[in-house]
Design a protein around this ligand. Structure first.
Ligand code: SF4
Length: 183
């Protein structure tokens, strides 16, 4: 089980927390059911077959203002253009996707990596099945919110009981933890 000293926060966990703190709590307990889902498998397949392979996967480590270790495993990075890409199947959890990409952009800022004009990298959500893309920017208020999210996740690690269910059954029907929460 994760403890505050072993906690290493990644983009998916941040996205989970933004969607539902209970979902983040369950994953912090080592229950990563989503990794087995068709959605994630399809995402990997799309990532491997739909894009220019000259763009690189990128892993970035950083430290939050409160000292928490952060890690980002970025689908594809176009370093020359200063753009990070994240591939998703659908827009059903777009807010979580946005925060996942903002988190990756923040990791670069935490490492002092910027575009040539000194501004943060930009992000792009790619939805190949929908033939759509969505631009993502990192603003100062996003960085403040990300720092607060990290602190909240740090507190969540030591919380013995899970946060309340969302109570939105239609939304929860798409979640890998649905059976755990409502079964
Ligand atoms: S099923 Fe609903 S309440 Fe349970 S973790 Fe998923 S989103 Fe949260």
């Amino acid at each position: 089980m994760t403890s505050p000293s072993t906690l290493r926060i990644g983009g998916m966990l941040v996205g989970y927390y933004r969607l539902c703190p209970r979902k983040a709590w369950l994953s912090l307990r080592g229950i990563w059911m989503e990794q087995e889902s068709d959605t994630v498998a399809l995402g990997r397949l799309l990532d491997g077959h739909s894009y220019d392979r000259s763009e690189k996967h990128l892993t970035v480590d950083a430290e939050a203002p409160d000292g928490t270790a952060l890690v980002g495993k970025i689908d594809r990075a176009n370093l020359r253009n200063g753009v990070l890409h994240e591939t998703k199947k659908s827009r059903s959890c777009e807010d979580a996707h946005l925060w996942q990409v903002r988190f990756y952009l923040w990791l670069l800022v935490r490492n002092g990596v910027t575009r040539s004009d000194g501004s943060p990298f930009r992000g792009q959500l790619d939805y190949p099945l929908l033939r759509r893309t969505e631009s993502v920017t990192l603003e100062p208020e996003h960085m403040e919110e990300l720092a607060m999210t990290v602190t909240s996740l740090r507190e969540l690690v030591t919380t013995e009981t899970p946060p309340a269910r969302l109570g939105k059954r239609a939304f929860c029907a798409r979640c890998a933890y649905e059976e755990l929460c409502y079964g």
